[in-house]
Design a protein around this ligand. Structure first.
Ligand SMILES: C[S@@+](CC[C@H](N)C(=O)[O-])C[C@H]1O[C@@H](n2cnc3c(N)ncnc32)[C@H](O)[C@@H]1O
Ligand code: SF4
Length: 382
């Protein structure tokens, strides 16, 4: 029996002030007046369309991602949350995160987001070095980043994340360390520390910037930064995610634990366990905001539906679980995939033999070596 795991709601808000040259997210430079109200109407039609997939279930977390969700004035976020909570039960204490670009922070807005129900902010800081920020095409400088965080703190947000990237063009180890020191000074609950990757279909991919640190230099940065984060009280719980005790991102944890999520908004992806059909459905929405605005709430807004058959489930499960320090339990594997543990016995033995996974009580966790070879370990389960 497939037992539906916890349910999250992902909401994609697709516009940005300017497209960053390294970014391959479904984000579009907004031109002129943006249709915020119409977009919220479209989100609600989209939600209504997907509701039969999750009848009776409770939403544990909500995440407004982008794009730049903080471009949306608070009254639109408020209306969406009110209407959504009239359609779906939100768990008490439901984590509600809003991604924020520091260049869009305005006095008074964070108070309004809080009143609307947002209780976690994720800032796209990237770096505190002004030269790096310029090279990354960011719309903010380091002082604006610090000022934005302080505005949120003054509005009562103590649960906030800072996104930083490392292995940036012309970045030295000292610069990467300095970015972390400036971050620590703001006392975030959580830090996401991503290695810059050159993604196809970006300006950086077509014309790589000068001075990107090579693999050895990037590895050095990661090791040094990991140690600094640990010393400052941020425990790594996923490849790029570090948190103070009890401050892990519940929304992302649910993805990595192979939980379910509804994905609404342009280009949003969802994954839902359908008890009635005993299958797992992946559904994504069409990407372009204009086309999405017109089609939301109809079958034309579905970019694709894909049922994950039993043969693919071990790989899909491991793709998430092996990113986590906590690994997984065989009981969790069986409950979320409806497969017996014998389905993964051979690749599991291989991963143990390679020294990539080990047992820790009833958990199976990546070893230090395994964390260097996450992709190879996942491929064993293909
Ligand atoms: C959707 S963006 C977050 C919020 C907002 N749009 C912003 O940039 O301020 C999510 C995060 O992904 C990270 N990211 C984006 N592109 C990346 C890339 N090519 N390599 C590594 N990290 C990347 C950045 O740290 C970014 O803040
Ligand atoms: S602001 Fe964020 S989502 Fe928008 S283009 Fe830049 S990195 Fe991508």
């Amino acid at each position: 029996m497939l037992i539906p795991p916890p349910l999250s709601l992902y909401v994609h808000l697709p516009w940005c002030v300017r497209k960053c040259p390294y970014c391959d997210f479904n984000s579009h430079q907004g031109k002129g007046e943006l249709p915020f109200g119409e977009y919220v109407d479209a989100l609600l039609r989209d939600l209504d369309f997907d509701l039969p997939l999750v009848w009776g279930r409770t939403v544990q977390t909500v995440f407004f991602g982008g794009g730049t969700p903080s471009l949306f004035p608070p009254q639109h976020i408020d209306r969406f949350l009110q209407e959504a909570s009239a359609r779906l039960r939100f768990a008490p204490g439901c984590e509600i995160t809003l991604e924020t670009n520091p260049g869009t922070a305005e006095h008074g807005r964070f108070e309004e987001y809080r009143k609307a129900g947002v209780n976690r902010i994720s800032f796209g800081i990237q770096s505190f070095d002004d030269g790096s920020l310029q090279r990354l095409g960011r719309i903010h400088d380091s002082h604006e980043a610090e000022a934005a965080v302080k505005l949120a703190q003054d509005a009562g947000f103590d649960n906030f994340n800072l996104d930083l990237m490392y292995a940036l063009p012309q970045q030295t180890l000292a610069m990467a360390e300095n970015d972390l020191q400036r971050a620590f000074a703001l006392q975030p609950a959580h830090i996401s520390h991503y290695q810059l990757t050159l993604e196809p279909n970006t300006v950086y991919f077509a014309r790589p910037p000068k001075g990107i640190p090579d693999d050895d230099a990037a590895w050095d940065m990661q090791e040094h930064c990991q140690a600094l984060l640990a010393d400052a009280g941020y425990a790594q719980y996923e490849v790029s995610a570090y948190a103070r005790p009890g401050r892990q991102c519940a929304h992302n944890l649910n993805y990595w634990r192979f939980g379910d999520y509804l994905g609404i908004g342009a280009g949003a992806h969802g994954k839902i366990t359908l008890g009635s059909e005993q299958t797992i459905l992946r559904r994504w929405k069409i990407k372009h905001p204009t086309a999405y605005l017109a089609a939301a709430g109809t079958p034309q807004a579905i970019g694709g539906d894909d049922r994950i058959d039993a043969a693919r489930r071990p790989f899909e499960f491991m793709l998430n679980a092996l990113r986590l320090r906590e690994g997984f339990t065989l009981a969790g594997f069986e409950a979320t995939t409806d497969l017996p543990e014998s389905a993964i016995a051979a690749p599991l033995q291989q991963a143990f033999a390679n020294g990539w996974l080990e047992r820790d009580g009833d958990r199976i966790v990546p070893t230090e070596l395994g964390r260097r070879f996450t992709n190879d370990a996942v491929e064993l389960f293909l």
